[in-house]
Design a protein around this ligand. Structure first.
Ligand code: CP
Length: 337
């Protein structure tokens, strides 16, 4: 494996192999597997889980890491191609990133969407421009419309919970007072479709996921024997659901208009997950969320603290899932896929 940028780059069997490796590394740690290897972690945006779990994962495998948060103790990095750099950024990623890559054996980048132009964000223009100048193994730690590390951890969680591969998986929009990225909903949708599940996206009008993301999920479902549909009727969506995965995301019609987004989302404060959402789900329906989550805004306390919630298991699984990715990218015996 040379890069881990998108679960869609891997077959269903490849993903299941990665999950098996994650399980093996949990049961049988390999404290010297990455001895002498160095991972450079570049965070253009904040993190708790990704930041901690990648550093811990490298250490547990015998390697080490360094963290760069551009503009905080380092030069601010310009990401726009063709920019006239007369502002705050003293260095462009076209110099900064190859320099950092030359010090490391692998690089991870977190760079969220710019949130202005939907096509630019859906095409991953910003992340791709950075990936282009890095000649080392590269990990997507969350880009404009992808979060493959979260998706891999979530798939592992579904396997541990023995959620049937053909089970009903509802990805639901949840209320949040601010615009939040499309990365997790897009990655989650694709993951569940690639797993072969009956996936329903429940979202209010104005918050439909971009057509390119839906089309990609439809293609994954066609290949795996699953299905994908969408609705604004969350009650109908949740009927018989075995998993409710809640996520907040920004308005897509219009996209990048803060005032219009705020006006739209203000109508949907009742999209706060509470136990009544599960009244017609399967009795054993699990509740998932990638975290961070705003309690009693997006999700009620009693759901997060109740028996359906597996959010801490999901967050824990970031560590072994990413250790498997690092092992595949950097261990001497690395597989070639
Ligand atoms: N879910 C997730 O990526 O968490 P962080 O933003 O804290 O890394």
């Amino acid at each position: 494996m040379k890069r881990f940028l998108d679960l869609a780059d891997f077959s269903r069997e490849d993903v299941l192999e990665l999950i098996a490796l994650a399980q093996r590394l949990e049961a049988h740690p390999e404290p010297s597997a990455l001895a002498g290897k160095i991972l450079g972690l570049i965070f253009f945006n904040p993190s708790l889980r990704t930041l901690a779990s990648f550093q811990v994962g490298m250490q547990r495998l015998g390697g080490s890491s360094f963290v760069i948060t551009p503009g905080q103790g380092t030069w601010q990095l310009e990401t726009r191609l063709g920019a006239v750099m007369d502002g705050a950024a003293a260095e462009h990623v076209r110099e900064g990133l190859p320099v950092l890559a030359s010090y490391a054996d692998a690089i991870g980048i977190r760079a969220f969407a710019e949130g202005k132009d939907l096509q630019d964000d859906v095409s991953e223009a910003r992340f791709s421009a950075m990936a282009e100048v890095i000649d080392k193994p590269l990990i997507n730690m969350e880009s404009a419309v992808n979060h493959p590390c979260q998706a891999l951890a979530d798939w592992k969680t579904l396997e541990e919970l023995a959620v049937p591969a053909r089970g009903k998986f509802v990805l639901s929009w949840a209320y949040h007072p601010r615009i939040t990225p499309l990365a997790v909903p897009a990655a989650t949708l694709h993951m569940a479709a690639q797993r072969g599940m009956e996936v329903v996206v429940a979202r209010p009008d104005g918050f439909a996921l971009p057509q390119e993301i839906m089309d990609k999920a439809h293609a994954a479902a066609a290949a795996s024997g699953g299905s994908v549909s969408e609705t604004s009727d969350r009650h109908a969506a949740l009927k018989g659901a075995q998993v409710l995965y809640a996520k907040e995301w920004g308005c897509t019609a219009p996209y990048g208009d803060a005032a219009a987004d705020a006006a739209q989302r203000a109508q949907f404060k009742d999209w706060q997950v509470n136990e009544s959402w599960f009244s017609h789900s399967a009795e054993e329906c699990k509740f998932m969320h990638c975290l961070p989550v705003r309690r009693n805004v997006a999700v009620a306390d009693h759901v997060l603290d109740g028996p359906r919630s597996v959010v801490l298991q999901q967050a824990h699984n970031r560590l072994p899932a990413q250790m498997a990715v690092l092992h595949r990218l950097l261990a001497r015996s690395a597989s070639t896929y």
